[in-house]
Design a protein around this ligand. Structure first.
Ligand SMILES: Cc1cc2nc3c(=O)[nH]c(=O)nc-3n(C[C@H](O)[C@H](O)[C@H](O)COP(=O)(O)OP(=O)(O)OC[C@H]3O[C@@H](n4cnc5c(N)ncnc54)[C@H](O)[C@@H]3O)c2cc1C
Length: 367
């Protein structure tokens, strides 16, 4: 589907490319349901529904100006730290949530505190397929930073510009840094055999260096939110509580982009969105299928969140991380295992470790 077909502010159909590559049109009797997730905002904008400056700079004739289309974009970031964990038992993929390690808290508009960041551990073969190698993952649960999705052209085959905004708000930088540091210190204090492989002491204890490390290693978690935000008016959002685009007739957006970030994975919320949206569509079509009053997903009602730095300062014990000989010995064991079990395929990982900051900083080659 390339764009919406409109008459004034009424959506009458869609344009799409068929299997032969030809652009065709399909007209609707009732309405169009957009469920293209990251692309929904781009399709709206390309169809003339979006922020005035985005439409103008892309050369798109406005159908309806809504400054929120593609804005408010939030995505969860994740930092995964490979570690050698000698005391780890068991094999196979495992994920352990460790919410008790989360330190800084976010308070939503209802006053309910939730962890800003969440730690988890991928065990054993969960990382690199190597026994006794774990990954400490720290998910930025509730970022304050915002990005955007915007099209640069009316051409439907040109990708939209996507800016994640990760760590663009200074409060996210502080809270994430504090949590990453506290989590590493907590877990190494809990079990000293847990040895981070890519992070050294100098980096861990230095704010600037740790921030740079986080920025260099943080990844996007593919959980995109709020670019087609649900809310009470066009001034603050894109769709109403029945998933209808504000100001338009015959158009809904039903996908994961209508709700704010949730505490974890979005699979369940998006299933609920599909179910609720389907019921509302049928109800509005007069089928009588959805007799019960429909509710807006609770997460959609939550307002802006404010992230606060960690309440307690992490205990910066110099004994929290292992000594150089311990680290070098662990890495050698790890490299030996990779060479024995992963052959040529593992050489890339071995090279990365040998040329990595930890191996070099601890002078492991000559140890
Ligand atoms: C790599 C990756 C890993 C993930 N892992 C997890 C996980 O472990 N747990 C979890 O809960 N969530 C995970 N997610 C997120 C989860 O997949 C999404 O939140 C969820 O799929 C959103 O559902 P949706 O229906 O809104 O959009 P989608 O499932 O993305 O569906 C959108 C559909 O629209 C189609 N589409 C897009 N543009 C057009 C167009 N122009 N014309 C026609 N069709 C179009 C797409 O092909 C797609 O089929 C992951 C996402 C990614 C990318």
């Amino acid at each position: 589907m390339t764009r919406l077909l409109t008459q004034g502010t009424t959506v009458v159909g869609v344009e799409f490319r068929d299997s032969t590559g030809r652009l065709r049109k399909a007209f609707v009797t009732h309405e169009v349901i957009l469920s293209a997730y990251l692309n929904s905002a781009a399709i709206l904008q390309r169809s003339g529904i979006g922020p005035a400056d985005v439409l103008a700079s892309a050369g798109i004739t406005p159908v309806l100006v809504n400054e929120n289309v593609g804005q408010n974009f939030q995505v969860q970031g994740i930092l995964q730290l490979p570690a050698f964990w000698a005391n780890m038992t068991g094999t196979g993929m495992g994920v352990g949530q460790t919410p008790s390690l989360a330190t800084s808290m976010t308070t939503d508009t209802t006053g309910v505190p939730t962890p800003s960041n969440r730690a988890f551990l991928n065990f054993a073969f969960g990382f690199y397929g190597v026994p006794q190698v774990a990954a400490l993952g720290v998910v930025q649960n509730f970022p304050v930073s915002k990005g955007y999705v915007k099209v640069n052209s009316p051409d439907p085959f040109m990708s939209p510009q996507i800016y994640t905004g990760l760590l663009s708000n200074s409060s996210d930088v502080v809270s994430y840094r504090e949590d990453v540091r506290a989590l590493i210190l907590d877990i190494t204090a809990y079990d000293p055999s847990f040895l981070p492989l890519t992070l050294d002491n100098a980096t861990l204890y230095d704010d600037t260096a740790l921030d740079a490390f986080i920025r260099a290693n943080m990844e996007v978690q593919y959980h995109y939110h709020d670019m087609t935000k649900m809310g009470t008016s066009a001034a603050t959002s894109v769709i109403d509580a029945r998933f209808r685009v504000h100001g338009m007739t015959g158009l809904r957006v039903c996908d994961n982009g209508v709700i704010p970030v949730t505490d974890g994975n979005p699979s369940l919320p998006v299933s609920a969105i599909g179910d609720i949206c389907g019921r509302l569509i049928l109800e509005d079509a007069g089928s009588g299928y959805a007799r019960k009053p429909n509710r807006v997903p609770a997460a959609a009602k939550k307002g802006a969140r404010v992230s606060t730095p960690a309440k307690r300062a992490p205990s910066l014990s110099p004994r929290a991380l292992p000594s150089s000989p311990e680290i070098c010995a662990a890495i050698e064991t790890y490299i030996t295992w990779i060479r024995a079990n992963r052959g040529d395929e593992g050489q890339r990982l071995v090279d990365a470790i040998i040329n990595g900051p930890v191996y070099t900083a601890h002078n492991c080659a000559s140890a």
